[in-house]
Design a protein around this ligand. Sequence first.
Ligand code: UPG
Ligand code: MN
Length: 735
Amino acid sequence: MEREQYIPLFETKEAKAWLFYRLFSVTVFLAVCFIWVYRITNLPKNGEDGRWVWIGLLAAELWFGLYWLITQALRWNPVFRSTFKDRLSWRYKEELPGVDIFVCTANFKIEPPIMVVNTVLSVLAYDYSPEKLSVYLSDDGGSDLTFYALLEGSEFARHWIPYCKKFKVEPRSPAAYFTDSKSCMDLSHHSEASLAIKKLYEEMKERIASATKLGRIPEEQRSKHEGFSQWDSYSSRLDHDTILQILIDGKDPNAKDIDGCALPTLVYLAREKRPQHPHHFKAGAMNALIRVSSKISNGPIILNLDCDMYSNNSLSVHDALCFFLDEEKSHEVAFAQYPQHFENITKNDVYSNSLRVGFNVEFHGLDGFGGPPYCGTGCFQRRDVLCGRKFTKDSKFEWKNDDDHKRLRSILELEQETKSLASCTYEQNTQWGKEMGLRYGCLLEDVITGLSIHCRGWKSVYINPERKAFIGLAPTTLSQTLVQHKRWAEGAFQILFCNYSPLSYARGKISFGLQLGYCYYCFWCPSSIPVLCYCIFPSLYLLKGISLFPQISSPWILPFAYVIATRYIYSLAEFLWSGGTILGWWCEQRMWLYKRTSSFFFGFIDTILKMLGFTESTFVVTAKFTDEDVLKRYEKEMMEFGDSSPMFAILATLAMLNLFCFIGVVNKVIMNGDVFSLYKTMPLQTLLCIALVLINLPLYQGLFLRNDNGKLPSSLAFKSFVVALLASSSFTLLY
Ligand SMILES: O=c1ccn([C@@H]2O[C@H](COP(=O)(O)OP(=O)(O)O[C@H]3O[C@H](CO)[C@@H](O)[C@H](O)[C@H]3O)[C@@H](O)[C@H]2O)c(=O)[nH]1
Ligand SMILES: [Mn+2]
């Protein structure tokens, strides 16, 4: 037979301006070298003022310079991918592979069941043959409320899916669809059907809301489904049997939507939990899902989603499949990662949660070196690779289509057999969590798993289409953002010491660029220390009148000026290009500082304590639900403090310290009457201190000027005031 002509399913383009960027980056590096030379050649002699702090600054600047070199990997070689999904349907017609979608939820109190159901509905309604689509919800909360909500959702799906397909609805999360102004316009066109479906949705929402409010399932509902009986032996969230229920069996000829078309499979799973067995958080949940799904649908492609990440494009599966089914280029692709988008980002994004630059710039850069990391959500994976398969030249993606849609066993039998795969003891003495499935023992289970896949020789691709594929919820308070980043930074730091460390094990197994790329995240924690030094010492020495940087008349000021100016101009340009605002960029600078001085610093300390055996790290789940009061302030872009966490204590103390130094210096200048002397002798120190005070303005407001519940508690204000005052005055008087 003649070989069919090869038609590429995706293409990869390089960025246009890469040469320009590389030249620019070389000039910055030269300037950095001059700064190092300045520090070394001007080191104060033994006994002179400021020798120790000078050495400290040298260390910090060495770190900043080297770390900056690492970040170049993220921008050196960006690539952009596009897919041809019409060719896919044309080429493969009905022979596309099965896709299993895993949605994870963990806590019904902070991850509202109605939101979870919307996410599930959005993927159930994918424009993909229902026989080949299966959706699994893993509920680590083991909550009958979530189960009940899913049960309601499965009933509603029988109306929702045909509605979506008939009217080509987008997005297919009902909640998003009914609030989207554009789709509401459409809604008015196909009047009757849309009013009816909206009513059904509202009724379902109402039932779920009242059950949630009540805190239990009404008896009449409970008696309708035998699945609830599985909660009879349930004692707590962390102590219960496996609960498994196939809510829609796609292979059952009676499972039909209201138009008589087949439905995708839908499964609820709460794996067994026992207090004496570690459950490994999300990684454990995913591994249980991998095993359970292998018995039920065994789709060769797996999509993993967080419970808040609904699908915003009914054709994303097709887009992703282009990367796995291309006849010449696909054999090395292990996973395709989509970016995360968030629907609740305010205009200037006060907490810098949109991760704009990361997803619009840096991930493209990593893609150029062998692939973006696995981000835990919005990621399509090959099942065989996830289960430990190594890359070889003939690792082509293969799947067989079983035409037999009938089950040999009854569904009850199947459920019973499958349950044991989700038990606590199943993994004992197996490779699960090590060589198979997601890796255990790291707070960033996704990134470490992706790294291990890269180390086995696979590539990944980054797909960032115009129409957003997945949209979720970002944290809405400062403390949530800081806690989330602490988890991420701590997890990334753990990777540095694990078996797959990008510094040692990965060498030679992944490209040098990707090694650096991973290091960028892994070194977040330790980079807190030089930033802390820079926030404290230059200002204290300014107050004391000791200069630590070149004077305005010295030529050495030039490299400093060049680095500072280009760093900020470039980052502003990049931020605006990625769709941000100027004020948003300013907020990002603030969050840059806050993350380093609190999240990354605490992550650093915690990792060290953990290595010494003092603590265990836990996965703190981000709330996807905000109090009305808090939400109002969030929408007004007011920083939300509220409680007195140790992270806030550090931030407040640093802010106060800089304020005192600033006031002290202004006072001195006024007494001396010579405004210009400071500008001549210590221009950079003054600039740094002023910048730190300006960036902290919202914090001073939270400390002293606000009256709402989101301000900083006065006890914390008092403590930080005293500590900062003591530190600055004792430094000037005694030292
Ligand atoms: O024991 C647990 C803890 C969490 N989750 C689920 O994991 C997901 C992510 O949790 P979230 O609190 O939203 O964390 P984020 O920081 O927003 O998530 C990012 O970072 C995590 C790693 O830190 C990844 O697991 C996520 O996929 C990624 O989106 C959620 O759906 C949770 O329900 C579980 O299933 N079991
Ligand atoms: Mn999340």
